[in-house]
Design a protein around this ligand. Structure first.
Ligand code: SF4
Length: 417
């Protein structure tokens, strides 16, 4: 049932990158694009951090990053890693000893920021240790914390400066024979981020980790993240993604997963609720019913597309690609599967009927549920439809009347009059 309702159209051709292995999760080299997020708990508090990691994994995170900023955090990682459902990446700033301690704790990945971990000897020491342990590193360049020398050389945090920072770090790594790397060149400015990743994609064949940093709270943060990440993914650039939201990180993981599903880059794992925008024909409060359906269905993890449509006149037809849907008319709800009416229920039972059918659809399959349709449903639905068209006419939104008026006043029918 996975992926029902998702049209198998074209997915962007991925730009080829080499593949790395982050604790059993492949990144790059044609592997499915992965979702990352980062815990907000104190890493030293292993229980709270693990509970957040479980929530992130359930929301769609394939990889989770935890800060390793002090010895207690490294100790926390030693307790977290063996119990985590997904590979753990330690986030390192300033202190190379924390990278070494995180490796000792057993993390499956490191993220180093070349802007604030600057001593060549320390960088090489970490890379050599990572090499010995077979642990990949993300070179995480950030426009906001660019190395001061590069800032001086390029005048500002340009795409060239960000890519140069990654190139220099790669140079240090290669001196100790380490190349198990992915790269990010994040910025909070979406245009700068996009240009930087395009340049990085031309420059390196390492997998790229995409993100708009410090995007802020939703909805603006979500929009900024999507603008940057989706643009690049649509160009085939990017192997793993992270939304950086000022919000519960579960929202980051959920958004990442939903974006990949929306772009057809990952199979549908969760619900895709669609709803009509409502119009003069609507027989119900579409927003209220859609929200009620969303609340009732979203925690059930059903991999289907469900439609809530405001009227039975056009609803089932407009949403015929949906796995399941409901449309309102004459105080009744028409439940449909792949556009075919299977049941007619009272209006106040619409959401309950939708939820019950969604669960059966996932467990029994489309064919079985179509076979179980009420034999009178199609005829009842057609009677409702006809009655509504008779009552409201074919032009409930008055569109055709307006079109005729426009033509008469300003257009093709003018001269004829
Ligand atoms: S015609 Fe019906 S289904 Fe389409 S937008 Fe209007 S109310 Fe919704």
């Amino acid at each position: 049932m996975v992926g029902m309702g998702q049209a198998a159209l074209t997915t962007p051709e991925r730009r080829p990158t080499r593949q790395i292995d982050v604790g059993g999760v492949a990144v790059g080299g044609g592997a499915p694009v992965t979702v990352q997020s980062m815990t907000t708990t104190k890493t030293a508090d292993a229980e709270s951090t693990l509970s957040q990691i479980y929530a992130l994994a359930a929301a769609g995170a394939d990889l989770v990053r935890c800060t390793c900023n002090e010895e207690a955090a490294a100790e926390g990682l030693a307790r977290i890693v063996p119990r985590s459902p997904v590979p753990i990446i330690a986030d390192i700033h300033f202190h190379h000893e924390m990278a070494l301690a995180a490796l000792e704790a057993g993390v499956q990945g490191l993220r180093l920021n070349p802007g604030n971990l600057r001593k060549e000897v320390e960088i090489k020491q970490v890379a050599a240790e990572a090499k010995d342990r077979g642990v990949p590193i993300r070179i995480g360049v950030n426009a906001g914390s660019l190395h001061p020398d590069l800032y001086k050389r390029f005048g500002s945090a340009t795409p060239e400066a960000l890519v140069e920072s990654a190139r220099m770090e790669l140079g240090f790594f290669s001196e100790v024979g380490f190349d198990d790397v992915k790269i990010s060149v994040k910025a909070s400015s979406v245009p700068l981020m996009i240009e930087s990743y395009r340049l990085a994609s031309e420059t390196f064949d390492h997998p790229l980790h995409l993100g708009v940093t410090e995007a802020g709270p939703p909805p603006a943060g979500l929009l900024k993240g999507t603008a940057g990440i989706a643009t690049l993914l649509a160009e085939g650039i990017g192997d793993t993604i992270r939304y950086s939201l000022t919000a519960d990180p579960v929202e980051e993981a959920r958004a990442g997963r939903q974006l990949l599903e929306a772009l057809g880059l990952r199979e549908r794992k969760g619900l895709d609720l669609i709803a009509c925008p409502s119009c003069g024909r609507a027989e119900i409060d579409v927003i209220a019913v859609a929200n009620a359906a969303q609340v009732a269905l979203e925690h059930r993890n059903l991999p289907i597309q469900v439609a809530v449509m405001g009227c039975v006149v056009n609803g089932p037809g407009e949403a015929r690609q949906a796995d399941l849907g409901i449309a309102a008319g004459r105080k009744r709800g028409h439940l449909f599967i792949k556009g075919k009416i299977v049941r007619v229920v009272p209006e106040d039972e619409m959401v309950d009927a939708l939820v019950a059918e969604a669960e059966k659809l996932v467990s029994e399959g489309v064919e079985a549920r179509l076979a179980a349709a009420d034999s009178t449903a199609e005829a009842e639905a057609e009677a409702d439809r006809r009655a509504l068209i008779d009552a409201k006419g074919d032009d409930a939104n008055a569109s055709e009347t307006k079109v005729a008026l426009i033509r008469k006043k300003y257009g093709t029918d003018r001269e004829a009059n």
